[in-house]
Design a binder for this molecule. Structure first.
Ligand SMILES: *[C@@H]1O[C@H](CO)[C@@H](O)[C@H](O)[C@H]1NC(C)=O
Ligand SMILES: *[C@@H]1O[C@H](CO)[C@@H](O)[C@H](O)[C@H]1NC(C)=O
Ligand SMILES: *[C@@H]1O[C@H](CO)[C@@H](O)[C@H](O)[C@H]1NC(C)=O
Ligand SMILES: *[C@@H]1O[C@H](CO)[C@@H](O)[C@H](O)[C@H]1NC(C)=O
Length: 431
């Protein structure tokens, strides 16, 4: 009886999904049954505006993602005016959650003239409005690789201001406590200062709820220590909020074996990390895809449903053997973590806000965050951080950049380039 009522209520409300909601507690995610949640994700985009409006396509993809063993998608850009109910419920039915970026190409924080303004705030809030009601919305990113170079750390207070204001908006609207985080490029000069800065301070209303790292350090046959993951793991010790790979999956050695998953979900890292999102679902010119929709159709113009030569709809076909390699990895990796009832957070405290360093981190401690309408160079945050003007910042940034080649043995640098190239190719592709 109760069950039947539940179904009727679900039909009546439309947006109700029978999936446990995820919340952030301390450094972990838990589902509403009290089990720790580890992200096994894939990046899902291809179409420039919004991949979550074509229900038929989402249904085909969700079914194959379920076979892969994925439980999460990451989507970089959405149109808040679109109807997402079909895609969101088909993903929920497949047990798949969504982490969605709130920004678009036009509203993202620009690190060269960082600003946090009403246009951005309103655009981010509209995306939150569009997705908060779905039980399978896991989290929101306020930015992806806003800081893309070692000399751009002065944009960090703007990222934090965005998180502060979107968390306040969520609370004011009475939305579910969906966590708000950031997805960072893997820049060795800024480790661990960036991750610590975004989480630091005594007022958790002003810090991010989780930190994602886009890291392409582990290529082919490698190991926890050789890849550089052991260094990343050191920085995750004692971190007070969840940390996970928001992009991973180096493709410079083929076929991709996804060996790194056994460290992430195994005893090396699963005590500190909350999983990984593989870049990416649909194959593009950068050749990171796990599936293809069919033959490239090769027009040079962008037509309806077609982006510069690659079909953006169709029946997903696994890329062999990469798809199966990932599927086999994930099938054997099922950490249980801790139960929320047994999880003690009292030992966790936010990291100290880092002082500026000669090696590249330019923000001095717990600076006042910009308020809406401030732009880098005019805000108290930027002024405090640079001591005087953006001129000073440019000078120190230039010297910070020159240490890049010698930092951390080069693996991370190579990895970062791959990530950036991936993003840039994607961007060019969409133009
Ligand atoms: C707000 O920020 C965006 C993104 O950086 C920028 O394109 C836009 O010009 C800014 N708007 C105003 C009014 O400053
Ligand atoms: C914490 O930060 C929020 C957002 O900036 C602010 O509204 C609140 O007053 C702060 N709380 C304290 C105790 O400073
Ligand atoms: C992915 O697409 C690229 C560009 O079209 C192509 O070179 C590559 O062979 C494709 N990868 C697979 C595995 O099909
Ligand atoms: C930042 O570093 C890049 C190279 O990594 C350089 O091209 C750029 O000019 C630098 N920007 C500033 C403001 O120094």
């Amino acid at each position: 009886m109760l069950a039947r009522f539940g179904v009727l209520a679900a039909l009546a409300c439309g947006a109700v999904n029978a999936i446990a909601t995820i919340s952030q507690v301390g450094s972990k995610f838990f589902d509403s049954n009290g089990d720790q949640f580890y992200i096994k994700g894939v990046a899902y985009q291809l179409t420039p505006d919004d991949p979550l409006i074509n229900t038929q396509q989402c249904t085909l993809d969700a079914a194959l993602m379920k076979q892969l063993g994925a439980n999460t998608i990451r989507v970089y850009h959405v149109d808040p005016n679109g109807d997402h109910s079909g895609c969101m419920s088909t993903f929920a039915d497949a047990g798949i959650y969504l982490i969605v970026d709130l920004d678009t190409f036009t509203t993202a924080i620009d690190p060269t003239v960082a600003s946090w303004n009403d246009t951005q705030y309103n655009a981010y809030a509209r995306v939150m409005d569009a997705f908060h009601s779905y039980d399978n919305t896991l989290g929101f990113f306020v930015g992806n690789e806003v800081i893309a170079l070692a000399n751009q750390s002065l944009a960090a207070p703007y990222i934090k201001a965005a998180a502060r204001d979107l968390k306040a908006y969520r609370n004011t609207k009475g939305y579910r406590n969906i966590p708000v985080g950031y997805s960072a490029a893997d820049i060795s000069e800024l480790r661990p200062m960036l991750q610590n800065y975004l989480a630091c301070g005594t007022n958790s209303s002003e810090s991010i709820d989780f930190f994602g790292l886009n890291a392409y350090e582990w290529c082919g046959d490698s190991s926890f220590s050789v890849s550089g993951y052991s260094t990343l793991n050191t920085y995750a010790q004692g971190y007070n909020i969840p940390i996970f790979f928001s992009e991973t999956g180096c493709n410079t050695v083929r076929p991709r074996t996804f060996q790194d998953q056994s460290s992430i979900f195994g005893s090396d890292m699963s005590g500190l990390w909350s999983g990984a999102i593989i870049y990416e679902w649909i194959n593009e010119t950068n050749a990171y895809g796990l599936i293809e929709y069919g033959q490239d159709v090769s027009p040079t113009v962008v037509a309806s449903g077609v982006v510069a030569g690659i079909s953006v709809t169709g029946t997903p076909t696994p890329v062999a053997p990469d798809f199966t390699n990932l599927q086999n990895q994930w099938a054997t990796l099922t950490p249980t973590g801790v139960k929320s009832s047994a999880y003690v957070t009292s030992t966790l405290t936010p990291p100290a806000c880092p002082s500026s360093t000669s090696g590249g981190w330019l923000v001095q401690g717990d600076v006042a965050l910009p308020t809406i309408g401030q732009t880098q160079g005019t805000s108290s945050a930027a002024a405090t951080a640079t001591g005087a003007s953006t001129g000073t910042a440019t000078g120190s940034a230039a010297s910070a950049t020159s240490t890049k080649g010698s930092a951390s043995g080069g693996k991370e640098i190579a990895g970062m380039s791959v990530g950036l190239v991936a993003v840039m190719l994607t961007f060019v592709f969409w133009l």
